[in-house]
Design a binder for this molecule. Structure first.
Ligand code: NAX
Length: 328
């Protein structure tokens, strides 16, 4: 049998962690033939809560779960990691300025990047979920010079899945009818969900919808503000859907996109579509044999161009801010 794959999860005692860990243990992250070993990282105050979650994981008697270890030291938690899910982050609290938020997260993602650089396995794949996800990934990446830059990604798969669901609902079709959805830019309110390349039963989605007002005034804002709507309804932020998207992101990265489809991932830009090189921005990507490629050659019209540029401008501002703070 195969040796277990080491999966490090930070923020393991949080609400996304609670939804995520059981799905990893059940084999949904890496497939039904791959045993996993969980390495949980928490801050010292939350280690006890993580131990409680580990007890429940044990009680699940998951055949694929080879063990769960808990750490409060990033160096130990990332030792030998093959997959790293960086979920724990510092949330914005009342009255906090953006600079304070970026600085607090720098204090988390800099040491985690260093720990990944020092001890992770050669095939390490990193997904940053904790917000501001794109820029936190940029910080971690810049402190891991020995790891290929493309291994650092951030999550826009939840936005991608939300966009598919909204479009399917509008057209009264199954989500499985929809292909080639793209989220461009930052995982923030400026993100751009693109219906000009998405397809529904082989037709371009924007043409199938044929309702520009809906596209501009309902679809885009609904997808971009869905997180706030969930908080309003649930009294807590998205957790199970975020965990599900994290599972999807890694599963797709490892197992490949289907022929004739792609997914959305925030990845270091190679300059494609005018996105400055090195920025971690969401693109349409195909995956195969554990690697991804940005889809090339899409025609971008003025409507899309303006929205992609606005989101990328926000990422540039965030990068400039963390550069000033000495975090990258
Ligand atoms: P919670 O506050 O429930 O959990 C966060 C956990 O992280 C806590 O247990 C905390 O102790 C831990 N933590 C803090 N600093 C840490 C560190 N230095 N090392 C290890 N653990 C640390 O938040 P939750 O609802 O689970 O959300 C986690 C993050 O995901 C937040 O930053 C949130 O904004 C972000 N999200 C990102 C999404 C995306 O699509 N990219 C969507 C969902 C979610 O909003």
């Amino acid at each position: 049998t195969q040796a277990p794959v080491n999966v490090t999860v930070t923020g393991a005692a949080g609400q996304i962690g609670y939804a995520l860990l059981f799905r990893i243990a059940s084999g949904q992250l890496l497939g039904p033939d791959t045993p996993v070993k969980l390495r949980l990282l928490e801050i010292p105050q939350a280690v006890k809560a993580a131990e409680g979650t580990a007890m429940e994981l044990e009680d699940g008697a998951f055949p694929l779960l080879a063990g769960t270890d808990i750490f409060d030291d990033p160096k130990q938690a990332f030792e030998g990691a093959n997959v790293a899910l960086l979920v724990g982050a510092r949330p914005r609290t009342k009255g906090m300025e953006r600079g304070d938020l970026l600085e607090a997260n720098g204090g988390i993602f800099k040491p985690q990047g260093e720990a990944i650089n020092a001890g992770a396995a050669d095939d390490i794949k990193v997904l940053v979920v904790g917000n501001p996800a794109n820029t936190n990934a940029l910080i971690a990446r810049s402190h891991a010079p020995d790891v290929p830059a493309e291994r650092f990604t951030a999550m826009t798969r939840l936005d991608h899945n939300r966009a598919i669901a909204q479009l399917a609902r509008k057209l009264g079709v199954a989500v499985s009818e929809i292909r080639k959805m793209t989220i461009w830019g930052n995982h923030s309110a400026t993100q751009y969900p693109d219906l000009f390349h998405a397809e529904v039963g082989g037709r371009i989605a924007a043409e199938a919808v044929n309702d520009e007002a809906w596209l501009a005034n309902e679809f885009i804002p609904t997808v971009a503000k869905r997180g706030a709507a969930i908080i309003e309804a649930r009294g807590a932020s998205s957790a199970a859907s975020a965990a599900s998207a994290a599972i999807d992101h890694i599963h797709t990265w490892v197992n490949g996109t289907p022929e004739g489809d792609w997914t959305s991932m925030a990845v270091p830009s190679d300059g494609s579509y005018g996105v400055p090189e090195g920025l971690i921005s969401s693109f349409p990507v195909t995956t195969r044999d554990g690697a991804y490629q940005i889809v090339q050659g899409l025609q971008i019209d003025d409507f899309s161009r303006a929205r992609i540029d606005a989101s990328v401008a926000e990422l540039v501002e965030e990068r400039d801010a963390v550069t000033k703070l000495g975090l990258v």
